[in-house]
Design a binder for this molecule. Structure first.
Ligand SMILES: [Ca+2]
Ligand SMILES: [Ca+2]
Ligand SMILES: [Ca+2]
Length: 168
């Protein structure tokens, strides 16, 4: 298990532009586009913060298997966006597990081993703002794919970029 400091460094590295710039149509990207499409109430517009937060709330409920109001590490790793089968194909299981740990550590603000509803909600707001590069309060599909931390972390894992970071 990596220390939290290492995880923070990795998280920073993951937000670097060189990792987020791939335009290849990979299975991971196709999945992320599908997820983006499912967030939009109005298919003609970009995703606003309300749609993003609603999407996050649905995910929180489905992750919280025992309905305790918080997500523990087991619930978090058991749940997946649909990336698991892509990970199996890519042979990047360990990198994917590392990416899950990074995401969990980012969202568990007080590091008590549970992502509580309010921590998750706050993270959704932060994640939205971070991804909204032009600061217009809408996420375009491109901003979502390039900047949403889940997409960035899992894509880095699946494409093998995270493995090379972990080896450094
Ligand atoms: Ca729970
Ligand atoms: Ca917590
Ligand atoms: Ca924007």
């Amino acid at each position: 298990m990596k220390s939290l400091a290492t995880i923070s460094i990795l998280a920073l590295a993951l937000s670097g532009p060189e990792l987020a710039q791939s335009d290849d149509m990979t299975p991971g990207r196709a999945l992320a586009e599908l997820v983006y499409g499912s967030m939009e109430d109005d298919p003609s517009g970009a995703v606003d913060m309300g749609e993003f937060v609603n999407f996050g709330r649905d995910i929180f409920v489905s992750m919280d298997a025992d309905e305790s109001g918080s997500i523990d590490a087991q619930e978090f790793t058991d749940w997946d966006f649909g990336f698991n089968f892509i990970v199996e194909d890519s042979g990047q299981q360990r990198a994917y597990e590392a990416a899950q740990k990074i995401l969990f550590a980012i969202w568990d603000h007080d590091a008590d081993g549970e992502i509580e509803r309010r921590e998750y909600h706050k993270s959704m707001l932060w994640d939205f703002r971070r991804a909204d590069v032009d600061d217009d309060a809408f996420l375009t599909q491109d901003e979502f794919l390039r900047g949403y931390v889940v997409n960035v972390a899992y894509r880095a894992a699946i494409t093998g970029q995270l493995s090379s970071l972990l080896r450094k």
